[in-house]
Each structure stands twice: as C-alpha cells, then as structure tokens.
Design a protein around this ligand. Sequence first.
Ligand code: AMP
Ligand code: MG
Length: 426
Amino acid sequence: MTSQRDDHASLRLADARRLIGEAIEPIADTEMVALDAGLGRVLAHDLVSTIDVPAHDNSAMDGYALHSGGRAVARADGRTARLRVIGQALAGRPYAGSVGRDECVRIMTGAMMPSDCDAVVPHEETTAHGDEVEFPREIRAGQHRRRAGEDLAGGAVAIARGRRITPSDLGLAASIGAAMIPVVRRPRVAVFSTGTELRSLAQPLEPGSVHDSNRHTLIGMLARLGVEAIDLGIVGDDPDALEAALKHACSDAIRADAIVTSGGVSAGDADYTRDVMHKLGRVAFWKLAIKPGRPMAFGRVEAVDTRETRGALLFGLPGNPVAVMVVFYALVREALLKLMDARVEPLPCLALICDAPLRKAEGRTEFVRGVAYRADDGWHARIAGAQGSGNLQSMSEANCLIVLDHDRGDIAKGEVVEAWPFEGLV
Ligand code: AMP
Ligand code: MG
C-alpha cells in the first residue's frame, strides 16, 4: 500500500494526498434509510426519478389562463378584446371543463393548466370588467406556464451517487416521492490521544500535565464529516499501551474502519511508535512539507481477533492542537470522504486581500489562522491572534485558514491569498 518513504525526506502536501488517496478502498456496504435520516449521508446509488416534476403543466403566476391564439390577441378591428371568466383553477384543485377561444380561467400559481390553455397573463397586466377581463396586446404561447417534467423528467437522475445529502437534496428526493434512500454505511473511526502528560476532563491537572483537547476537536470534526467517531480515550507514551489500543480499535468490539490518533509521531516519540506500528502493519512516517503539522504517520494496521484478522487505516497526526486541525482539513477529511465513497470536492476557497505582510518559506505549504471580513473594497483577511501551533484560542477566533502554496514566497500587504472558510450554510 503506502510507499515506505525515507522518513527524513520532506513530503509535499500534494504527494501525501495522492499517496493516501491511492491507499483507500471505499466502503462497499450500503443500507436503506428513511429520507430525513439521510442528511449528511453519502448516496450509494443514483436516485432516479420515476415521475415528472412538476407532474403537470402549471401556472407560474397568479392571473388568467387562456389560449394565446384566441380572441384576446386577434384584435384586427383595433377594439379592446375581452374574455369571459368561466371558472377558476387553484393549486390542487384543477379546472376540469373546456375553455373556448373567447374564454379564460382565473388561475393561481402552481395550479394545473386547463387543457385548452397555453398561456397565463399575470393579474397585474389585466383589467377586470365585471365577469370579463381585458388583456394586453402581446401574449406569447407558453408564457408563465411551467411544463410537466421541466424541473426533472421521469427517468432522469435526480441525485447522483457519491453525493453527501444536503437539505436541498432532502427536498428534491421528497419531490420525487423517495421515502427511503440508499446510503453508504458510515465509517467507524476510532480516536485516541497519546501522551503521558494528557489528562481527561474528569482528571485534575498535576504539574506538567495538560487536558487532552485534541480528542474533542477530532470528534467534532469527525461528527461534522458524518462519520461515526468512537472515543478510545488517552493512551500513555508506552509501546505496550499503544499496541493494545491499536488492537482494540481493530477488534470485534470496535471494528474501526480507520483510526485517528494524535501525538507521539514527532522525532522524540517516533521510534517506539514506529516499532509498534511496524509490528502491526505497514505504516509510513512522513515529514510533511507543511507548517504547522510536520510529522505524520499513515498506513494500515491489522490485528487478529477471535474470529478473523481485521484491519484499519491509520492516521497518526501530530500532537500540537492546531497542527491536528490543519492536517485533518488538509489530508484526513478528503481521505475519509474517499472511504465514505463520497464524491470528493475540494474545500471551498475564498480569495482575500491580505491585511498584513506574511513571512513565508518557499518549499512548504503554510497555514495561517485568519479572519475573513467584508470591507468597502471587497473581502479581506486579517491575521487571527497568536499563531503558535498550540494556541487554540486563535484557531477559535479565526473563521478561515489562509493557505499559502508550497512554492510561494513572502506575501506583501494587499496581496490576494486563498483561504478555507471554517463554516458554511447549515
Ligand atoms: P507530540 O506530538 O506528542 O510531541 O506533542 C506535541 C505537543 O502537543 C506537546 O506539547 C503535547 O503536550 C501537545 N499535545 C499532544 N497531544 C495533545 C492533546 N491530545 N491535547 C492537547 N495537547 C496535546
Ligand atoms: Mg507526545
């Protein structure tokens, strides 16, 4: 699977993405879920419409339905033509009778077009005279008429497989009557933090210890991605404990498709982590050409349980809290989307005018916490607080990550930079 690269070479972000992408087999298990439970899930098969949407020709406006070739436009004598109103068509209550060339029907938006009519004249373009209505000179065939199947023809693909179902997809699926939809099984992603200094929220802090924040950030990001996160707690810096935790994640009890860990892959810890991971599978230790977030382990681990050998992808992220988030967004997110068999779309990207000059080393991708804001001359980025890779406060203050490309040098004030926004529409 993963190429066993020289641990000391610096790996371009783009190369790491490619190597990870090549190593991932999408989950093939699918299940049917009730439509509303499908939000955020990945559609497993194309959803094909069995009906036309809309099902019938209908009116796009409130007004009068008539035949465009009728008497309303045939005014050779120059006199004002008037048509007699013979009934009304409401949404859900069609007008059933026939309509003559000198007649019209009051019609509301969404109401089915009467069978002899081909145009709708909006109410505000007409003048009523008792039970007759006067029309403007120009009436085009088909005006303000929505055709059956105009939004979606029967037999057409409404939503393509690989789509992560959005609120608008729920509406679209409902419009074709899909009560149940086929989705890919949600990946099970086990998460644990490594570090003897780490304490859970329930534990007091002694000198030298810190609360484990990464697990919470990771569980949050995984939840947003729509995978099932399984919290395996904290593992001390100890090879036996690490081995036991990885085996547990692969066991029948957990059945993880992927394991995401943080900490223990930097130079100080890498040796024993490497020994354990090499014992359990094929894992490469990378030095990514990015800042923050240099060290990372990626590969696959396996463990024999009572019944069978189970394997899981392994993403060993750096320990620094900001680096964890950066590597997750830059690499893990896309990898898990592949695992979910989702169509992978690049992160949405903003082009922002940078308010401050930035020092940037060529030969690595750098991520800067930014605040995108709107000014008179367009959207700007200011730099969010202290940029230390342990500083989550500035991560929390930021609303985007400014991404400075591998080959780029220093950035002058006023240059345009790209940024990944953290939040979108719900
Ligand atoms: P490491 O990569 O294990 O050397 O960790 C790098 C830095 O990140 C150290 O200061 C750790 O204490 C800190 N760190 C590692 N894991 C966590 C965690 N789960 N929560 C908070 N800080 C962490
Ligand atoms: Mg550590």
